[in-house]
Design a protein around this ligand. Structure first.
Ligand SMILES: Cc1cc2nc3c(=O)[nH]c(=O)nc-3n(C[C@H](O)[C@H](O)[C@H](O)COP(=O)(O)OP(=O)(O)OC[C@H]3O[C@@H](n4cnc5c(N)ncnc54)[C@H](O)[C@@H]3O)c2cc1C
Ligand SMILES: NC(=O)C1=CN([C@@H]2O[C@H](COP(=O)(O)OP(=O)(O)OC[C@H]3O[C@@H](n4cnc5c(N)ncnc54)[C@H](OP(=O)(O)O)[C@@H]3O)[C@@H](O)[C@H]2O)C=CC1
Length: 480
């Protein structure tokens, strides 16, 4: 509770969390209400902003993520005040927040955007690392520089990127599925991209992702590792950038262990008795000694400071459940980005995935909803939630995911059309009742806009059958 000695300040809008969701929300509120002071409370010294935003098609978007000091944001939005102090307590009934530095904030509307943290297979083990932010990426890089072998556990975005990028160290990739990349791609796509793991990697000046993340060159804090500020960097691209400077003794050696059942008991031997600091025992009977294990096994929403004494509905994945206006179950508390879980009835082609794009869209839409509520206006769920779309890069291939790209929730009630040219492209279409429900496009297919339209307009494609993917038909012209 606030004490008499603590200063209490009142704001109409308070946003907690300086990631993409929180910053987007605060920026939107600051521009919509130029005469009001908006407060952004954040735990980290830097905030993340979107730059070079490009609307690729109706729903597909591409942008870079920059890490910048808060002053950059305050200069651009004079009515936006960024305070670096983590929220420690929320009293939702009283509409007050307490921060680490002892300040009490009274709000009319609050948006919680505190992100998520890695869900580690083993907690508090110095040889099991998760990667989330610049600090954890730097720790990973430091450990990697002297590592001979690492074990990567997990089969999602981080593992897919990590195993491809790590050089100069043997990588054992332990996936519990039959194919790699199950969180993003299907088994066919996995077969298409996996030869890239064995092939010589194309030399590139710097790692580059579809959605990049940069640190301001002149203003980044001194990290103590030379070269950082000259790189286009993120927890992720920063990592890759740093890794490119490591000596390459064993080039790109990855061994995949499929279908292991994770034995939660990972043996840890003291340095004096074991050759390796940690041993990973897999259910297939194999044991691998390694320098450290990377647990790339998903994330858990950062909700702790908000739960005690409040009455939030939580989703199964422990996210703050939000309705179609990004409102939580506590009055006047909204949530956006990784910390929240969409609780509304989703469109037939959308699902939540914890990604930069969705963090931006949710942050923006939460701000619009908060404003609409204050102004007494009605607001409808934004169009960006009509169709799931994501552009990224895996194993140096452009990857576009649309709608129910893995037939999520469709059960047996679907059929697949696939076109694949080794080393060039992989196109998979998910159809239900002759109508397109989703697609995976790998390589420079140039099909994203046409397929996006076909999913949105639900045209009956049954008359075209297999011809839909005939490479000799210019499908773009055909359906335009
Ligand atoms: C290694 C890695 C690579 C990724 N690559 C991609 C990619 O290529 N493409 C993609 O789309 N997505 C990617 N993601 C996912 C993406 O980073 C997240 O979905 C996105 O950052 C979520 O944004 P957010 O604003 O919700 O949360 P975050 O970016 O996590 O921001 C949360 C903010 O809240 C602050 N905070 C936390 N607790 C408190 C508190 N108590 N009080 C105040 N502030 C607090 C933090 O300091 C931080 O500023 C990647 C994730 C990781 C870990
Ligand atoms: N390019 C991009 O778009 C990128 C996006 N990201 C995002 O960043 C976040 C963090 O990435 P990441 O950690 O890879 O999370 P993801 O959610 O992408 O993947 C987690 C993976 O770990 C598996 N897993 C979960 N628990 C265990 C366990 N106990 N043992 C073995 N495997 C397990 C999951 O399998 P199952 O699904 O069967 O539970 C899944 O394959 C995600 O939100 C991701 O979307 C990250 C990097 C790149």
């Amino acid at each position: 509770m606030a004490t008499a000695s603590q200063s209490e300040v009142q704001f109409r809008f308070v946003v907690a969390g300086g990631g993409i969701a929180g910053v987007t929300c605060a920026q939107q509120l600051a521009s919509q209400f130029p005469s009001l002071d908006i407060v952004l409370l954040t735990a980290a010294p830097m905030v993340k902003t979107v730059s070079n935003f490009r609307q690729v098609s109706k729903t597909l978007e591409d942008f870079e993520v920059e890490e910048q000091p808060s002053s950059v944001l305050e200069e651009k939005y004079p009515n936006l005040k960024v305070i670096q102090s983590a929220v420690t307590v929320l009293h939702a009934k009283q509409h007050t927040l307490l921060t680490e530095n002892g300040q009490v904030f009274h709000y009319e509307k609050l948006c919680v955007c505190t992100g998520a943290r890695p869900k580690l297979i083993i907690q508090d083990n110095p040889h099991v690392l998760g990667i989330r932010d610049t600090d954890s990426a730097q720790e990973f890089q430091k450990r990697l520089s002297s590592a001979k072998r690492i074990v990567v556990v997990g089969n999602g975005g981080i593992a897919l990127e990590l195993v491809y990028e790590v050089e100069g160290c043997e990588v054992i990739w332990a996936v519990k599925d039959k194919a790699i990349g199950n969180a993003f791609i299907d088994a066919g796509a996995a077969q298409f991209i996996i030869p890239s793991l064995e092939a010589e990697k194309p030399k590139k000046a710097l790692p580059c992702k579809r959605t990049r993340y940069t640190t301001d060159k002149d203003t980044a804090p001194n990290t103590g590792i030379s070269g950082i500020v000259d790189c286009r960097s993120s927890p992720w691209t920063l990592l890759m950038c740093l890794m490119s400077s490591l000596p390459s003794q064993v080039s790109h050696r990855v061994h995949v262990e499929y279908e292991f059942l994770l034995l939660l008991k990972i043996a840890v031997f003291p340095f004096s008795t074991g050759v390796w600091p940690i041993y990973a025992q897999l259910s297939n009977g194999k044991t691998y000694g390694c320098d450290f294990i990377v647990s790339a096994t998903g994330v858990v929403p950062n909700t702790e400071p908000f739960l005690h004494g409040n009455n939030f509905d939580l989703a199964e994945d422990h996210g703050l459940k939000v309705d179609e206006h990004m409102q939580t179950s506590e009055p006047d508390v909204y949530a956006a980005g990784d910390v929240c879980t969409a609780g509304w009835e989703p469109s037939a082609f959308w699902q939540q995935m914890r990604l930069w794009t969705q963090a931006r869209q949710m942050g923006w839409y939460a701000a619009r909803s908060m404003a609409a509520d204050i102004l007494g206006e009605a607001i409808e769920l934004d169009f960006c939630f009509e169709l799931f779309s994501h552009i990224t890069k895996f194993f140096n291939y452009k990857v576009v995911l649309l709608g129910k790209f893995n037939a999520q929730g469709l059960g047996q009630d679907h059929e697949l059309l696939v076109r694949c040219t080794k080393g060039l492209e992989y196109v998979k279409v998910v159809l239900r009742g002759g109508r397109m429900m989703g697609a995976i496009l790998i390589g420079e297919t140039d099909l994203e806009e046409t397929f996006e339209n076909l999913i949105l307009n639900q045209m009956d494609l049954s008359p075209y059958g297999q011809e839909l993917l005939n490479p000799n038909i210019d499908i773009e012209d055909y359906f335009d």
